[in-house]
Write a protein that binds this ligand. Structure first.
Ligand code: F6R
Length: 615
């Protein structure tokens, strides 16, 4: 949610910042802007509403020189997306420029005080208040920029990752963070800063993950220094090696990142499973569970705490954990959990699932759960992000960078890790028999090949999608393990095609949604040959008898459904608990091709951002 990038070195900053913004654009694309300090100290700012490409056009008319600069791509929170509200914001004196990711919660109080001191504001943003506050402190206390930034941040409530530069000083870049991510890339004679590591890849593999409440001062030809915002005491500088490659950030011949990510799933699941199932498939080994056996043995309840697509993965996880571990499980939206006064103690395990590892509500829920004595387990994708650092233990899904805003490979990675987790904890607690472990682990190990097979439905789904680009509403129905799959299928369609879609437990349809069904409202019904198949057949018939078109997702070899549903898409047969993994593939493709058919920007759908770092 908003991306920031900065550069100080010997090369031209502008190109590096623009390329960096393009890699961060998944975090928001309402507007973009850049501030550059030339070697003689002049400050040039360019901003434009919309995507980075618009900024490039605007900036081309002005000066883009300088080897120090900061830039921003915005997902609007305070103030509509326009040029004035775009970052960087410049102080009233014209001397200080700042970019910000996060939310300044006490901005209105600060704004009022600054107005009394003669400051006026051009934008509606919370960020402009911060830059004016820094300006005010600097001028009234005659201190350095870094001192003014630190002093201002002490007065700020909320979340921030900020980068600040000053007119007249082409040699200093100040950055700080609290609850919003910030990575520093350490190159040879050059330093990069960004909201995540993607803009840094290709320049250096040495990175520092700035910690909460730290401020870093980057000066030309001087060693980097990091201090605590609260105490001003020096912090330890921990340089880590980045393991991402440039190829992972490119489309690799696909039209979009989303399609690449759908088709990458055989290999991402291979990475996700690597080393976690023994050769004979008799055991699942997750170090995060092994190292904390006592907590898992004494656990009396597990609460999964998440948002969005990760919530759907969690609903599947609930079923898996209940089936294999015999522990009561609850699933909570992190945004509700954090304000719901949850009753927790040291016999509770809270699992937080997050692709980005930065979702604000999920992070707040983790802190609350820890304060109440629960053991917090993370299931994350982005290595080194805030959530894996805040949890007591966890498992990475290792599916590589997910750039398409609609989550695909992260969802199947999350479901895979939750299956491994349920098997590992079930074994540990003696709640699952050896034959079930072997059966599920064997099928899970073969999942990369099974998904490869499933993806062969692509041409068929593409053809089918053309029939449905007209639809204004869709119903997705599933039962048992596949009720969450239906929710996820509906979310994918909504997000990228802007068609209204609802996911429902198939049997509940009779209690309301059936009233919506007519020949203009198609239903996608997930009907693998599992324990609930016979029940779902009657749901299909109920839709058909009311004139609704049915697309059924069925197990290979099920020819009976051809006589009832309008269209059938076959998926390979797998154990029931693994059907969501295979059934979600045609649903991802269906949403994708319908959206493409409607001419939508599937990688960057309107109003969305990939990493939701605000409440
Ligand atoms: C939907 C989607 C979002 C995220 C949600 C949580 O395709 O991507 O619903 O799942 O914003 O994000 P993470 O998993 O990063 O915490």
């Amino acid at each position: 949610m908003c991306g920031i990038v900065g550069y100080l070195g010997s090369n031209g900053a502008y190109e590096i910042l623009i390329q960096g913004l393009k890699r961060l654009e998944y975090r928001g694309y309402d507007s973009a802007g850049v501030a550059l300090v030339t070697c003689d100290g002049s400050l040039n700012v360019h901003k434009a509403r919309g995507k980075v490409a618009n900024l490039e056009q605007t900036a081309a008319a002005g000066c883009t020189e300088g080897s120090l600069g900061i830039a921003h791509t915005r997902w609007a929170t305070h103030g509509e997306p326009n040029d004035i509200n775009a970052h960087p914001h410049v102080s009233q004196s014209g001397e200080i420029a700042l970019v910000h990711n996060g939310t300044i919660e006490n901005y209105s109080v600060l704004k009022e005080a600054l107005t009394e001191h003669g400051y006026s504001f051009k934008s509606e943003t919370d960020t402009e208040v911060l830059v004016q506050l820094i300006d005010y402190i600097k001028h009234t206390s005659s201190c350095t920029l870094v001192e003014a930034v630190r002093e201002a941040l002490l007065q700020v409530e909320g979340a921030y990752a900020v980068a600040v530069v000053e007119k007249g000083d082409p040699d200093t870049l100040v950055v700080a963070r609290k609850s919003s991510p910030l990575v520093i890339g350490v190159g040879e004679g050059e330093t990069f800063i960004a909201s995540d590591a993607t803009p840094i890849i290709g320049y250096t593999d040495k990175v520092i993950y700035l910690k909460d409440n730290e401020i870093a001062v980057i000066r030309r030809n001087e060693p980097l220094s990091i201090v605590s915002i609260d105490s001003n005491a020096p912090s330890e500088i921990d340089i880590q090696k980045l393991k991402l490659s440039l190829a992972q950030l490119e489309k690799g011949g696909y039209d979009t990142f989303m399609l690449k990510e759908i088709f990458e799933q055989p290999s991402t699941l291979r990475d996700c499973l690597r080393g976690r199932i023994t050769d004979d498939c008799s055991r699942v080994v997750l170090s995060g569970v092994e190292l904390n056996k006592e907590r898992f043995l004494k656990a009396e309840r597990i609460t999964l705490c998440i948002r969005g697509t990760s919530w759907h993965a969690a609903l599947i996880g609930k079923r898996l954990i209940q089936d294999f571990c015999q522990i009561p499980v609850e699933v909570e939206y992190a945004s509700e959990f954090r304000y719901g006064n949850p009753v927790l103690n040291e016999k509770d395990i809270v699992i937080s699932i997050s692709q980005s590892g930065e979702t604000a509500d999920t992070l707040a829920a983790i802190q609350l759960a820890k304060e109440k004595g629960a053991f917090v387990y993370g299931v994350c994708n982005v290595v080194g992000a805030s959530i894996p650092r805040a949890t007591d233990s966890g498992t990475y899904i290792h599916v590589g960078p997910e750039i398409g805003v609609a989550s695909t490979k992260a969802f199947t990675g999350q479901v895979t890790v939750l299956t491994l987790f349920a098997l590992a904890v079930g074994q540990l607690r003696g709640a699952i028999d050896a034959d079930t472990v072997r059966e599920v682990a064997t099928a899970l190990k073969a999942m990369p090949e099974i998904i490869e097979e499933t993806l062969k439905c692509d041409p068929e789904v593409q053809t089918l999608s053309r029939i449905f680009t007209y639809a204004h509403n869709f119903l997705y129905l599933g039962r048992g393990y596949n009720y969450p799959t239906a929710l996820e299928g509906a979310l994918k369609l909504k997000e990228i095609s802007y068609i209204h879609a609802e996911g429902y437990p198939a049997a509940e349809m009779k209690h309301g949604p059936i009233a919506l069904i007519d020949h203009e409202m198609p239903s996608v019904i997930i009907a693998p040959s599992d324990s609930l198949y016979d029940k779902i057949i009657s749901n299909v018939q109920q839709v058909k008898s009311r004139g609704g078109a049915v697309v059924a997702i069925v197990s290979k070899g099920n020819t009976a459904m051809n006589d009832i549903a309008d269209f059938c898409i076959e998926i390979p047969s797998v154990p029931e608990c693994l059907t969501p993994l295979v059934a979600s593939i045609p649903l991802q493709l269906l949403a994708y091709y319908i959206a493409v058919g409607k001419g939508k920007d599937v990688d960057q759908p309107r109003n969305l951002a990939k990493s939701v770092t605000v409440e």
